[in-house]
Design a protein around this ligand. Structure first.
Ligand SMILES: *[C@@H]1O[C@H](CO)[C@@H](O)[C@H](O)[C@H]1NC(C)=O
Ligand SMILES: CC(=O)N[C@H]1CO[C@H](CO)[C@@H](O)[C@@H]1O
Length: 733
């Protein structure tokens, strides 16, 4: 091999300063162990149970903190060399199939979906090697119509993107970010005409959406619409499969005469009597259908709200798969989930900055990140169940499609049955093949299973983000989403495919721990609830639960509390966040733990005991203007008419702490003894005070705000009443 061929296509670097972090982590461990020793040796005569509860909570926090070290001790960062890739493989690139999944035309508007589709069709990649598949589990005629419109618009859009090398290639994002004035005259003129085409298309689609039907004219334009003749409902219909652009067809060209990528619409068959397995089912149908059309060796999967922000991302991913030395062991390349709809201080912690910029790099150091269901490139063979051996190589050249004389319609008819609702009966689909079924976070368990078969994965987090999506814009959406995640993750932990039950011995122990951090999310609710109620109530009662201010035992407590928060603050800022953003993140930390995780635990438990299964909730991606305005002003959204049990818990906790703090203050002012309270219960005052401070937006929403985003009145009254009763009860007995 000559030296040129030996130059790797990617490089991996360890994070700087990891020995400093190790020192810090060791010192914190000493502090934590001292706290536990204190709890174990200083048990008071009375109120043992309360004390043991504190001990239990701290034991849990200590254990969980220990798990999180797996995210920080061994972080790695990746870089790709796309020029080397082009030099060596430009004429020999693998086929890439892009899967876009949508499930509901109302929550996920067709315009958003086709913007995502257009952004991936416009990748800087040979069009004859690119195929885009839209899975529409909503089976919506309007979405199909929108895709048909997009297939026509693409003939203008793709050549424009390539000619002027524009970014980003989602038309909506592009038009809203660029101005004519910045462009050269010839491009400005070109852009104006493209923008006009886009807006006309948008008007037609919006009109169809408003009328809830496609115009008669449009219906005549494509045979595909006849598929809806036998359509009963989104849950009961035949397979609709239409190849809108057939890449094999030499006539499929854009206005400049260049080839176009294949574009396919699929609404798999649905029947009420056959369970459809949500997104995992849709993905598996796409895997089968695409294997007969383009059979790309690499599969990219994105959610329909997540457009490509970088036309080079496919090439980035291929640098990992095609690397001569290490590429053969890599099964998937995960990009971070980034968002374009965030406000500056991220009221709901939406960016998950620390997860993307720290934690996943840590997982990568131990064998690779998990698969998070979007922005991920898979090898087709590993996704379909292939096991790793030392001799495994990545064979992409054989994956070519047979170019028989079959017409598009014949091809459609032949492979329709691959998407039928009974196809998977008595097969390994959903088990050993494709995405795994039976879990609300099918992606994570699928990724873990692939890693357990011996494969590695790679986390690629470039400066300029590869994919941008939208995030929840209300508190309710955020909490519900985290409930679903933490519930699914807990189910993974308990299942026989969990990181502990299945991963141990097959993947690195650091990775097992890394998975457990997420899989045990929901268990955090107990310790957090205990810590945010009991010390405050006992403060009101005048019972100390922490060392006195003069005691030596105070040192480990103060060290652990301040050092850990200072560290998390620094980590957040270094990940690109703001000061207020960190504070908001702390609030969301508390809110998620005391509601999402609690309800996730309860639901998991009741499922196990054979009670109801709450099923899959799609988080809404669009909100009305009123809500959007408050979101942009960063005012917390409680939605005055939502009386969610989650809000009831939050309000109750906030009120308990408020009353305890008021109670103590009143007593001190009335009867004096400030010094005594401070000396005996300094940390309790601090804890209660911080809990009140962090809840300020909630008090505002409960008592002062008048807009539609305030807290529901009856939730407020009930919570105040309950909190008052609890405080009085404890104060009296
Ligand atoms: C998205 O891409 C544009 C260039 O087209 C870039 O300026 C921007 O920073 C990217 N966004 C993110 C979040 O990286
Ligand atoms: C889907 C969605 O919520 N889009 C919003 C993203 O943010 C911009 C500006 O902040 C809004 O105009 C969009 O409506």
């Amino acid at each position: 091999m000559d030296s040129f061929a030996a130059a790797p296509l990617f490089e991996t670097k360890k994070a700087k300063g990891s020995s400093i972090y190790k020192l810090f982590s060791a010192s914190l461990s000493v502090g934590i162990v001292s706290i536990l020793i204190y709890r174990a040796t200083q048990i008071p005569e009375n109120r043992r149970i309360v004390w043991i509860g504190m001990f239990g909570a701290e034991l849990w926090f200590a254990f969980y903190w220990f798990l999180t070290q797996s995210h920080r001790l061994n972080r790695v960062y990746r870089r790709t060399f796309k020029d080397r890739l082009s030099q060596r493989y430009e004429d020999d690139l693998p086929g890439v199939d892009v899967f876009v999944c949508t499930a509901d035309p109302v929550i996920e508007p067709p315009m958003m979906v086709i913007n995502t589709v257009l952004s991936v069709m416009a990748y800087s990649y040979p069009p004859e090697k690119l195929a885009v598949y839209l899975s529409d589990d909503g089976g919506s005629e309007i979405t199909f119509y929108a895709l048909l419109e997009a297939s026509r618009f693409a003939k203008h859009w793709i050549p424009y993107c390539k000619k002027f090398n524009i970014e980003p290639r989602s038309p909506d994002a592009y038009f809203s970010s660029s101005e004519y004035s910045e462009l050269e005259a010839s491009q400005a003129k070109h852009m104006a005409s493209i923008k006009k085409l886009y807006q006309e298309m948008e008007n037609r689609i919006e009109l169809a959406k408003k009328l809830k039907r496609v115009s008669k004219d449009a219906l005549l334009q494509h045979r595909g619409f006849s598929s809806w003749d036998s359509f009963v409902s989104p849950k009961d219909h035949d397979t609709v499969m239409q190849i809108l652009i057939d890449g094999r067809d030499p006539e499929a060209k854009d206005i400049e005469g260049c080839r176009l990528p294949t574009l396919v619409y699929l609404a798999r068959e649905k029947r009420p009597q056959h369970f459809h397995n949500f997104k995992a089912g849709a993905m598996n149908a796409l895997i089968r259908v695409s294997s007969e059309i383009s059979n790309g060796a690499v599969i990219l999967n994105v959610d329909c709200d997540m457009y490509s922000n970088n036309s080079q991302s496919i090439r980035d991913a291929l640098c990992f798969f095609l690397d001569e030395e290490k590429g053969n062991e890599i099964a998937f390349v995960q990009f971070p989930q980034n968002f374009h709809n965030l406000t500056k201080n991220e009221l709901y912690g939406g960016s998950m900055r620390v997860v993307s910029n720290v934690e996943f790099h840590g997982l990568d150091g131990y064998g690779g990140p998990m698969y998070i269901g979007t922005g991920c490139f898979h090898r087709r063979d590993t996704l379909c169940g292939r096991k790793f051996t030392k001799e495994s190589t990545f064979e992409w050249k054989q994956n070519t499609i047979s170019t028989t004389a079959e017409t598009t319609v014949e091809l459609e008819e032949r492979i329709k049955q691959l998407a039928s609702s009974t196809f998977e009966k008595n097969t390994q689909w959903g088990n050993e093949t494709g995405l795994k079924y039976g879990c609300p976070v099918e992606d994570v368990i699928t990724g873990l299973t692939i890693q357990c078969r011996g494969w590695k994965s790679v986390y690629y987090n470039p400066e300029r983000k590869g994919f941008l999506g939208v995030n929840g814009t209300t508190l309710d959406q955020t909490l519900v989403m985290h409930k679903r995640w933490s519930e699914g993750d807990l189910q993974i932990f308990l299942s026989k495919y969990g990181p502990f039950s299945n991963g141990l011995g097959k993947i690195n122990i650091g990775l097992v721990m890394g998975y457990c951090v997420y899989c045990l999310w929901s268990i955090n609710c107990f310790a957090t609830l205990y810590y945010s109620i009991v010390p405050s109530v006992y403060l009101l009662k005048g019972v100390p639960l922490f060392p006195q201010v003069s005691s030596m035992w105070l040192i480990p407590f103060t060290y652990v509390i301040f050092a850990e928060h200072a560290y998390s603050f620094a980590e957040y800022l270094f990940s690109g966040g703001t000061v207020l953003g960190w504070w908001n993140e702390q609030r969301m930390w508390l809110y998620k733990r005391t509601t999402s995780y609690l309800f996730a635990f309860i639901d998991t438990l009741s499922t196990y005991l054979g009670y109801s299964n709450s099923g899959f909730v799609i988080s809404a991606k669009v909100s009305n203007e009123d809500v959007m305005e408050r979101y942009e002003q960063e005012r917390m959204e409680f939605g005055a008419d939502i009386s969610s049990p989650m809000f009831a818990v939050l309000t109750f906790l906030a009120m308990v702490n408020l009353f305890c703090l008021i109670g103590v203050s009143v007593r001190v002012i009335w009867r004096g003894g400030f010094e005594l309270v401070f000396r005996n219960m300094g940390l309790q005052v601090l804890l209660c005070g911080v809990l009140v401070l962090i809840n300020l937006p909630l008090y505002d929403a409960a008592f002062f705000r008048r807009d539609k985003g305030k807290l529901n009145g009856s939730v407020t009254i009930k919570s105040v009443f309950l909190a008052l009763s609890l405080c009085t009860l404890y104060f009296l007995v």
